[in-house]
Design a protein around this ligand. Structure first.
Ligand SMILES: Nc1nc2c([nH]c(=O)n2[C@H]2C[C@H](O)[C@@H](COP(=O)(O)OP(=O)(O)OP(=O)(O)O)O2)c(=O)[nH]1
Length: 132
């Protein structure tokens, strides 16, 4: 089966809210929420991929901080390895050019959304860290 390496940005704002992005119906996994990001291209570090993807998808510049989780999820037609990193916007305002919608939510409300299954270990890890 096809296997892709993907990175996702858990972007925090000054209110400690997290940017959640709704995949458009014309994308794979349409109608599910995700952390914005995308596939790692040859020669790129995960951090470089994130900076590039967020600029392309949301039109803003991020700074990549702590690593959160590295998980592999098997979908019916693709195996996704998702690595996630905490990030912060350092220039611009996110505009959904590819996503259906964006939402800033506090960690406690993340589970009110319907997430892409590969993202759940990242949410688990964030919850675990918030209890420390
Ligand atoms: N960007 C991103 N992708 C995710 C997440 N969770 C998750 O399962 N994915 C999946 C969806 C896609 O299959 C793949 C990321 O590819 P992509 O962001 O380049 O999406 P795409 O629609 O252009 O790609 P494709 O699936 O149509 O080939 O990883 C996530 O949190 N962020």
């Amino acid at each position: 089966m096809k296997k892709v390496d993907v990175v996702g940005a858990v972007i925090y704002n000054e209110n400690n809210e997290i940017l959640c992005a709704l995949r458009a119906m014309n994308m794979s996994l349409g109608g599910l929420w995700e952390f914005p990001g995308g596939k790692i291209e040859p020669g790129e570090s995960p951090e470089e991929t994130l900076v590039r993807e967020i600029q392309e998808e949301l039109g803003c510049k991020i700074e990549v901080h702590d690593f959160i989780a590295d998980t592999t999820h098997e979908y019916p037609n693709v195996i996704v390895r998702l690595m996630t990193y905490k990030s912060k916007i350092i220039e611009g305002i996110p505009v959904p050019t590819e996503h259906e919608r964006l939402e800033w939510l506090p960690l406690e409300k993340l589970r009110s959304l319907d997430w892409a299954p590969a993202d759940l270990p990242t949410i688990n890890e964030l919850e675990k860290q918030s209890l420390k």
